[in-house]
Design a protein around this ligand. Structure first.
Ligand code: KIV
Ligand code: ZN
Length: 516
């Protein structure tokens, strides 16, 4: 049993905490819960659900996840002070397996310019924080922030001291994505050599991707003794992001011969998790992204295709199926019945209630009436519109647009605002501009539009247009999405979706940054 445990690398997912710090990635509580449930299905060991002191919204959503997601450990982040730790514990205490994760910087750069504290003071604060957290739970993680730019011997002292007062996981963050894989491997090996009580804790790593090395650094650390990797779905996170979970996990799985470790991740849920996050945050995955990018399994060159036809192993190191990308592309159409659609959705990983299925089926029929072939991507878009909708203050009822090369683009619109019908019209330089003008008049809003993008969900001129809109609210932003065979309607839906999501953000304005 003991040796089996040693072969396992724990996956600590921080999509909901560090990932949510990506510009534009803010999620509302309902969406965070959905992501947490997906992470549970995926098999992560620890979910870092948020930073409870950061805002009331963060606190409530960490508490909700702690109450409702019972499989994995649920971690709450806290700076190394008593208030933060009390608040983190308050949020996670009802979890089946709570964990407090507390941190303080240890690099001289941070000590001098940010904390304005001496090494001794930081060591004392770290120990006091860990001891305080241990009074609540025996599951305490400590992170010396900016560890990779800290003095190695001082780092050893801090780690030894926090383990002595009860930390059960010590996490080594490469906060600014600075270290090189070989160097990081050496640092981890150094800790194992110098820190006398290191075996009493699990060594974890947390790598940022500023030089594109987050995954390589995490793997180098595993090779040298780390047994927990902190990562995010699609590698989202501050600046260039965090280590991408799918890349770490598939590296360990595909090169088990080299690493000799496994994880608890059910890899067949990887693609679905990636898609879910993209839908929620509106942050697209680059086509050439490893594992989950659109081209990750597409072989273009003739020589490669020839090899693959003869024997897959020639150019394929893992199968698309192993990460949940189905090889089949059966097309549905207007004659497809409810059973066929329900079966397809099930295969795509969606479980629907009878009422949800009813809504999806009605929308499916509407789309199938104007679009000959319905692909998985269309079904996915229907799911996100019909089932995973946020609470709606604003609803689109009716939209009529006049445009063309001899008309002044005009949008006449009817919306429901807090249950009341409101009508108005807008003009613009084009039909989308006119539609947005009408929405702004009806909703009496004028948030700055940071981004507007249209994408065809599938091929063909009858494809559904998928629109992403990003609106700014103070220093934060929200993303809205909408899909429809008519791109103007899709634009209206996306804009209204962003306004509805912004309502959540407005209720949760106080937000403390992790570095404060
Ligand atoms: O990057 C970092 O140092 C962090 C810590 C809070 C672990 O996110
Ligand atoms: Zn981080």
């Amino acid at each position: 049993m003991e040796s089996k445990k040693k072969e396992r690398v724990l996956v600590f997912d921080t999509t909901l905490r560090d990932g949510e710090q990506s510009p534009g990635a803010s999620m509302n509580p309902e969406e965070k819960l959905r992501v947490a449930r997906q992470l549970e299905r995926l098999g992560v060991d620890i979910i870092e659900a948020g930073f409870p002191i950061a805002s009331e919204g963060d606190f409530l959503s960490v508490r909700q996840i702690a109450r409702e997601v019972r499989g994995p450990q649920i971690a709450g982040l806290a700076r190394a002070n008593l208030n933060d730790i009390d608040r983190a514990w308050e949020a996670i205490k009802e979890a089946a397996h709570p964990r407090i994760h507390t941190f303080i910087s240890t690099s001289d750069i941070h000590l001098k310019y940010q904390l304005k504290k001496t090494r001794d003071q930081v060591l004392k604060d770290a120990c006091a924080a860990v001891a305080h957290a241990c009074a609540y739970t025996s599951n305490v993680e400590f992170s010396p922030m900016d560890a990779t730019r800290s003095d190695w011997d001082y780092l050893c002292d801090v780690i030894e001291a926090v383990i002595a007062v009860g930390a059960t996981t010590v996490n080594i963050p490469d906060t600014v994505g600075y270290i090189m894989p070989e160097e990081f491997g050496k640092l981890i090996a150094y800790l194992f050599k110098k820190v006398k009580n290191i075996k009493k804790a699990i060594v974890s790593v947390h790598c940022h991707n500023d030089l594109g090395l987050a995954v390589a650094n995490s793997l180098a650390a595993v090779k040298n003794g780390a047994r927990q990797v902190e990562c995010t779905i699609n590698g989202i996170g501050e600046r260039a992001g965090n280590a991408a979970m799918e890349e770490v996990v598939m590296s360990l799985a595909t090169r088990k011969d080299f690493f000799g470790f496994s994880t608890g991740i059910k890899t067949e849920y990887i693609y679905q998790s990636s898609r879910l996050l993209t839908h929620i945050t509106g942050i697209p995955v680059q086509p050439n992204k490893a594992i989950v990018g659109a081209n990750a399994f597409a072989h273009e060159s003739g020589i490669h295709q020839d090899g693959l036809i003869k024997e897959k192993i020639t150019y394929e190191i893992m199968t698309p199926q192993s990460v949940g990308i189905s090889g089949t592309h059966l097309v549905l159409g207007k004659h497809s019945g409810r059973h066929a659609i329900s079966e397809r959705l099930k295969r795509m990983g969606f479980k629907l209630s009878a009422d949800e299925m009813k809504r999806v089926f009605v929308r499916f029929k509407e789309i199938a009436d104007v679009k000959k072939e319905i692909f998985d991507e269309d079904l996915e878009a229907i799911m996100y519109e019909e089932v995973y909708r946020v609470e709606e203050k604003y609803k689109l009822v009716y939209l009529n647009v006049v445009c063309g090369n001899v008309a002044i683009p005009t949008a006449t619109m009817e919306m429901e605002v807090d249950g009341k019908i409101v009508r108005d019209a807008g003009f613009g330089v084009g039909p989308v501009d006119a539609t947005v003008a009408a929405i702004r008049k009806i909703t009496k809003t004028d948030y700055h539009l940071q981004k507007y993008a249209v994408n065809a969900i599938t091929g063909g001129t009858d494809a559904q247009g998928e629109v992403t809109v990003q609106l700014q609210f103070n220093s934060r932003s929200v993303v809205g999405r909408g899909a429809d065979p008519d791109v103007i309607v899709a634009s209206a839906k996306a804009y209204i979706n962003a306004l509805n999501r912004l309502e959540f953000l407005k209720r949760d304005v106080k937000k403390v940054k992790v570095v404060e």
